[in-house]
Design a protein around this ligand. Sequence first.
Ligand code: BG6
Ligand code: MG
Length: 212
Amino acid sequence: MKYQCGIFDLDGVLVDTAKYHYLGWKKLADRLGFSFTEQQNEALKGISRMAALDLLLKMGDMNEKFSEEEKEELAAEKNQYYLDFVSQLKEEELLPGVTELFERMKQANIKIALGSASKNARLILERLHIKDYFDFIVDGTLVKKAKPDPEVFTLSADRLGIPYEKCVVFEDSAAGIQAAKTAGMTAVGIGTRKNLPMADYICSNVGEFTWQ
Ligand code: BG6
Ligand code: MG
């Protein structure tokens, strides 16, 4: 077996929360008076909350308009929209094949780690009752450098003592695929080749992935 560890992004890979991040940003854009499409949202996937806000404001031509303090308020506003959406989150919103893949990994003694930019990651894992599967959790409260910096993935590998080339990363964002490749890890893109051209493999969900 080539791989000793799977590192999973959360939003859009394990659970369908990427749509709630999008809807949260869209609600903020609507309030500020500009449009924001799902295609534009691709660039916001995977990056930190404040980096995403900066990009969003640029798209609305509003990046010069707000002070740092006001930006903190806008980010908190989006987070509240997001939390309102996920307060209804149900276990059924786990994406197809997740628990089956985790069970197979446990049996094969392959470590399971989380590599998420989200500060809400632990809350989501707890709500879905999948937190205990993880050997190590890296979330947005732990990393100093956000994706596409590889820190979010190398932290887990370092902590678990696994060489980077023996790690496979599951990601739905271009920034995350870039981070995995920069670390020298295998990158499985969850989505389409068009949106994730740098991925080593493409699956439409983690359930499609086989270790062979
Ligand atoms: C990533 C999402 O997982 O987390 C991004 O793909 C999000 O869309 C980022 O902006 C930060 O999340 P949070 O929950 O800390 O605002
Ligand atoms: Mg994601």
